[in-house]
Ligand binder design. Structure first.
Ligand SMILES: Cc1cc2nc3c(=O)[nH]c(=O)nc-3n(C[C@H](O)[C@H](O)[C@H](O)COP(=O)(O)OP(=O)(O)OC[C@H]3O[C@@H](n4cnc5c(N)ncnc54)[C@H](O)[C@@H]3O)c2cc1C
Length: 410
């Protein structure tokens, strides 16, 4: 029987998608979103790209107009932090205000940017997660000529690329010898670092901030582990997130590998589902548990949870997918590679138009594409097919990927 009242904790990509998808799929009971954020749900990826650069208006950043919540009978309560509760009693406790009851619960609490323990908390040292963070950073970048970005992961690199596009001097400091080597492999990481250098970003890999220099209440420079002193007007810390799992832990839900363990249908306990950055999902196609910090995955999982609630328990089998735009380079990634993947390249590395396949035991687990969206799309069938492929055929541009995945010759 469908529940009467679904409560969603988190007004981000996953929570918002779950609410609207419940309605789309005919759920007729109450839908309530409790969000700690000050603003109604917005498109987070814009915050390191178009909105940070001032290319789009604020109105375009929101996922829905204010009125769409009431039209769809979705109650959205902002600035409501859930701190605990009882699953047995179907009750949530808020930081302030009376308890909230639920029949079915969806947790989509996302993540919090990490800080470096010794980084100063001055007004010109930023992290980037919320719309408010972005507005403050944007104003900071506009007023600066030298921008220091610590961490060359996706957020740091994208925000750095945006600052560079705005004509700022950007210093990108990365502790690892090659950025994103863990996620994408060393050779791809090198190509990626090269893109930033070619655009005039000063990329310093294998380098850490050793000392932070203040003048009054402002950061004015850093000393790096290579001994150099660098002046700066502003710093952005892009050193990853910690998934917000405190609430799940307080509710007694299973915590695993830094997230909340969910089954193939995204369920973590009777009547409790998780989606987005916090979910450690037993993926039915890949056959292992994965936790992914990407927008389309968060939204897709939100919709997947809604299907299980509004219709019937359904495994969520969509492959993870993300994109990242930096300068004129479009990067797409589908699937999820494990640490020990064999890399097979297809296309032209020099011309920045190629794809890389990540194989495990002969099966394609993931594909990364740079300015090569068609190959990325075609590779979905290869990942889904779970059949061994010949690396030489993958490399060969004359070989049709659809046929490798088992489709009949056209
Ligand atoms: C600047 C930026 C750029 C990005 N760009 C890309 C991109 O180009 N491509 C891509 O694939 N991914 C990108 N991402 C990642 C993507 O945005 C995240 O993976 C996605 O937002 C995760 O969705 P979520 O719903 O799990 O969490 P979030 O979107 O973080 O939402 C979590 C929500 O939960 C609320 N919350 C947390 N704790 C509580 C609590 N206790 N009580 C009530 N509410 C709570 C928060 O206020 C927030 O509203 C980017 C992220 C950032 C920050």
């Amino acid at each position: 029987m469908a529940p009467r009242r679904v409560v969603i904790v988190g007004g981000g990509g996953a929570g918002d998608a779950a609410a609207f998808s419940l309605r789309k799929q005919g759920f007729d009971g109450e839908v309530l979103i409790l969000s700690a954020d000050t603003d109604r749900p917005y498109d987070r990826p814009y915050l390191s790209k178009e909105f940070l650069r001032g290319e789009i208006e604020e109105a375009k950043v929101y996922l829905h107009d204010d009125g769409e919540y009431s039209e769809n009978r979705i109650e959205l309560r902002l600035q409501q932090r859930v701190t605990g509760g009882s699953l047995a009693e179907g009750r949530l406790q808020l930081a302030s205000g009376p308890d909230v009851s639920f029949d079915t619960l969806i947790l989509a609490t996302g993540g919090t940017p990490r800080r470096l323990p010794d980084a100063p908390r001055t007004s010109n040292v930023f992290t980037l997660r919320s719309l408010r963070d972005c507005q403050a950073l944007r104003a900071g970048i506009q007023a600066s000529s030298r921008v220091l970005v610590v961490g060359a992961g996706f957020i740091g690199a994208e925000a750095g690329a945006s600052a560079r596009t705005l004509g700022k001097d950007v210093l990108l400091v990365e502790a690892a010898p090659v950025p994103l080597a863990g996620a994408l492999g060393e050779d791809v990481g090198k190509v990626y670092a090269g893109i930033h250098s070619s655009k005039g970003v000063d990329v310093k890999t294998g380098t850490k901030v050793k000392e932070w220099h203040l003048s009054g209440e402002r950061l004015v420079g850093v000393t790096l582990s290579d001994g150099s002193r660098q002046e700066t007007d502003l710093a952005l810390l892009g050193v990853g997130i910690d998934p917000n799992i405190e609430l799940a832990a307080a509710l007694g839900l299973p915590i695993e590998a830094g997230g909340v363990a969910v089954d193939p249908g995204l369920k973590t306990a009777d009547g409790v589902y998780c989606a987005g950055d916090i979910a450690v999902h037993q993926h039915p196609v890949l056959g292992r548990a994965i936790r992914v910090e990407h927008w389309e995955v968060a939204k897709g999982q939100g919709r997947g949870v809604a299907t299980s609630i509004a219709r019937e328990p359904t495994p969520y089998s969509t492959l993870p997918y993300f994109w990242s735009d930096q300068y004129d380079v479009s990067l797409e990634y589908r699937g999820q590679a494990s640490g020990s993947a064999q890399l097979v390249w297809r296309g032209d590395r020099e011309a920045l138009k190629f794809s890389v396949f990540y194989l495990n035991g002969g099966l394609v687990d993931a594909v990364l594409s740079v300015n090569d969206g068609k190959t990325n799309e075609a590779a979905a069938a290869l990942i889904q097919a779970r059949r061994r492929v010949d690396p030489a055929a993958l490399e060969d541009l004359s070989v049709d990927l659809a046929q490798l995945a088992g489709a009949p010759a056209s």
